[in-house]
Write a protein that binds this ligand. Sequence first.
Ligand SMILES: [Zn+2]
Length: 325
Amino acid sequence: MAATLSQPAPGRLRVQRGDEVREFDLGELVLSPRLGRLSRQLRLPDGGQLEIADSPLLDAWLPAPSRVEAIADWLERRRSMMLGAAAVLVAGVVGFFQVGLPWMANQLAPVIPPAMERSISRQALALLDNTHLRPSQLPAARRDELRTKFHALARGLPRADGLRLDFRDAPSLGPNAFALPDGQVVMTDQLVSLVLDDDELMAVLAHEAGHHEHRHGMRRGLESSAAVVVIGFLFGDLSGTGSLSVSIPTLLINSGFSRRHEREADEFAFALLPRHGISPEAFARVMARLSGDEGHSPAGPIGYLSTHPPSDERIEAARRAAEKE
Ligand SMILES: [Zn+2]
């Protein structure tokens, strides 16, 4: 019900609501400060509250705190609440990137159609072929020999069907190997030249097969793409997202595997190799050889290819696995 305010005498305020008329001392009343276009609240001594349209008369009758004081007071009372809300928001965003995105990618990767995997992989490899890779210089017979050994190694794996091995000359990248989401594994001529025996190459390929079995490539690509979209929304700039089918190959190349993915692929290799009479020691040897390979900077412009950092930790893990045999 609407009420009418009036001033019957200095220091008094009359509130008339229908037939009901009440009078108050101004000292008993509290008027909320003027804040933007919010309507103002007049608190009555009995706890009642009137919502009133703003009017210059109010300032004349009821001197309110100055605007600056009012806002400072408002902020003061809400500061802890706002800090709390900001902390919850930050924790939520961090948690989303660390847990939510990997979880989503994990759920989504297995249902990506093979045709899309192939298309993404083809585009990623085409990008690399245009920039860092050249046709392999290895004799065809040598390539076939390694393919035969690789297929023997992969036989019986749940996703063995998709796996195939290809070679590229990569003087600017040096010894390296990587697996694309559709199961194509690419090994550089420089890696073939670096090793002492084929067991070391099979150790690297077993690790790549591990990435394929765990769908690490597609999971990583999906995570990165979703992150680009989310960051775009957070910062209001979606120009970087473009069409995802175009950006996933680029993101694949530019974002490395996580340490967890590397460890999973290593463990997969340590379990697979002994089943083919190869000790995980071969993995330790090739890792040590890669870390001792001078003249090739491991961190080049291509994250995807620099994502197998030969580290003492991984060599140690391989030696421990070898001792258990
Ligand atoms: Zn890897």
